[in-house]
Design a protein around this ligand. Structure first.
Ligand SMILES: [Zn+2]
Ligand SMILES: [Zn+2]
Length: 386
């Protein structure tokens, strides 16, 4: 009983040391210095292999017990693991290696024909799987560069017609209707792929609605954003923001947010729109902890504190109003494309050139992020079918 009590006391002290500041210094993966709790110097906590820790304190050396210093190192390692965000890196795909196992041992294996010409098929000598090199663009008449340039131009704010005109300058002859088809096809592909990767958003979210014209009709785009990283978590398109259906749309927005982030926020910031209050009570309010706080910024449009939302409004959506007239009611690929552009492609000044997704632990590598995303989405799609 007494021994048990002593070891519990060591564990408890270890926890206190681990959570206090400046008590543990990391030398390297196997060596830590833990401050002597009597105030003189450090003890060294060392691990020869994965089997366990040795401490230089008398408690460990002579009594051969698991001392509070070892407990402290173990706790601090566990704490670090818990706060260290998991990073998902999406790499460009090397088109000269096997798509599946990255082996460079590949061989030509016949030609596949389609309307737009011939596609070289390859077989991997290492894993035996078949693939084509033009991943994601196999049946396309135009090059990956032309197609991704179109997406970049369009989502940076050009109209479909202007995008087509600009492409003509680089020798890509294409109609604005074809560009629209590319966007639809690739946005759907990327959306499916990206929905499997969870962004690590903060605990403070903001909701706002933006005025849009879709086919000349006034609409509202409801958006839910992470306040820290500006990650655009969820969206919903609705008619009138004061209509009887408005709380329903706001609730859908919040439900979608919970699904995407895998959690509820601790703080929700909205303007004074009544629909948000009702939706908050439905989706976020709880009796037991953690309780989500709802902060309403009633006068927020003229306010300074709303710069984040304003810049989202201005850069991402408002400048698009002109080019949105061709949108149909159910036409979400464009809005989803804007969301992908905002989260994964466009670097943000306020994030020191990072994208919101990078700030949430999703790093899309390569000069051409559209290309990286499309390649990875196609590979994931084709391995699902194998
Ligand atoms: Zn010790
Ligand atoms: Zn292979």
């Amino acid at each position: 009983m007494w021994v048990c009590g002593m070891s519990e006391a060591r564990e408890l002290r270890g926890k206190e040391i681990a959570t206090a500041s400046n008590q543990i210094e990391r030398v390297d993966r196997r060596n830590y210095l833990v401050k002597s709790q009597s105030g003189r110097g450090f003890y060294t906590v060392h691990s020869e292999n994965a089997s366990g820790w040795q401490c230089s304190c008398p408690d460990h050396m002579y009594r051969e017990v698991k001392c509070k210093h070892i407990w402290a190192v173990e706790f601090s390692l566990r704490l670090r693991q818990a706060v260290q965000p998991q990073v998902t890196v999406i790499e460009p795909i090397d088109v000269h290696a096997c798509l599946y196992c990255q082996s460079p041992q590949i061989a030509r294996d016949g030609i596949r024909h389609n309307n737009h010409g011939n596609i070289q098929k390859f077989r991997c000598k290492a894993c035996g799987r078949y693939f084509t090199i033009n991943l994601g663009f196999e049946r396309m008449k135009h090059s990956p560069q032309g197609i991704t340039a179109a997406m970049q131009l369009y989502f940076s704010g050009e109209s479909l017609r202007n995008t087509a005109k600009s492409l003509r300058l680089i020798g890509v002859e294409v109609s604005h209707k074809t560009i629209y088809c590319w966007i639809k096809k690739y946005v759907a592909l990327m959306e499916k792929y990206l929905s499997q990767i969870k962004p690590q958003v903060s605990d403070t979210w903001r909701a706002d609605e933006m005025f849009l014209k879709i086919k000349g009709n006034p609409k509202y785009l409801y958006a839910l954003l992470d306040d820290e990283t500006r990650y655009w978590i969820a969206k919903e398109v609705a008619g009138d923001k004061f209509s009887r259906e408005a709380p329903e749309y706001a609730s859908q927005l919040f439900r979608q947010g919970k699904e995407v982030a895998g959690k509820k926020p601790l703080t929700l910031i909205t303007d004074g729109l009544h629909a948000y209050e009702l939706a908050y009570r439905r989706e976020f309010y709880a009796h037991e902890k953690p309780v989500t706080k709802h902060v309403e910024h009633v006068t927020w449009r003229g306010e300074k504190g709303n710069e984040k939302m304003e810049s989202f409004n201005g850069n991402t959506v408002r400048s698009r109003e002109k080019t949105m007239r061709s949108l149909k009611r159910e036409d979400t690929p464009i809005l989803t494309g804007m969301q992908i552009f905002h989260n994964h492609v466009r670097p943000h000044m306020a994030l020191h050139g990072k994208t919101p997704a990078e700030a949430c632990g999703i790093e899309v590598k390569g000069e051409n992020k559209w290309l990286t995303l499309i390649q990875n989405a196609s590979r994931s799609e084709s391995s699902n079918h194998q």
